[in-house]
Design a protein around this ligand. Sequence first.
Ligand code: GLU
Length: 223
Amino acid sequence: MCGIVGAVAQRDVVDILVEGLRRLEYRGYDSAGVAVVSPTGELQRIRRLGKVKELSDAVKLNPTVGGTGIAHTRWATHGAPTTENAHPHKAGRVTLVHNGIIENFAELKAEMEAEGRVFESQTDTEVVAHLLDHKLTAGLAPLDAFKATLDRLTGAYALAVLIEDEDELILGARRGSPLVVGWGEGEMYLGSDALAVGPFTQKISYLEEGDYVAMTRLGAQMF
Ligand code: GLU
């Protein structure tokens, strides 16, 4: 169980994300990564093996501009600690981070491979990105596709999700791994715990088991 941070704001969020990850370092991890949507809608993803410091150095070298983003520290359960297995994972329109274990990932992965989908990592996580992208491609709206995806998962997860062309939206979900929503002034945050978002807000909602959330910079709707 490691760390998740998300932020949606009218300013660049990468520093918020990296600071959030620093505050989650106490949980232990083997790699770290970040994904941010640029003002022109492009997704920038940076992943590094090792410390959050490696990631923040990489971010300094590759300035990451944009107001919607997610970040992760990984403690490998499925697939070695490598850059390819570091989160965020991508499939089609979907980019996401995950803490926990998807117990039925092998069966879901076989199903997605039968659809012609090609996997880039050895993680259990990547299958969630493919499942969600598959449902979006089938025409479901983001929230419906997310709900339908969560319904297929067994195991434990905290998730934070970006969807291409939904530039100011972050989806989150909690089952078996903690996740909190932080309320800022015209900006919103996600974090594994209150500590992660502590420098930015003291107003916190704790997701309960089975909850999922749709968050923009103006607020969050929980289901
Ligand atoms: N099971 C996932 C993986 O191995 C997530 C691990 C975690 O909680 O960081 O990539």
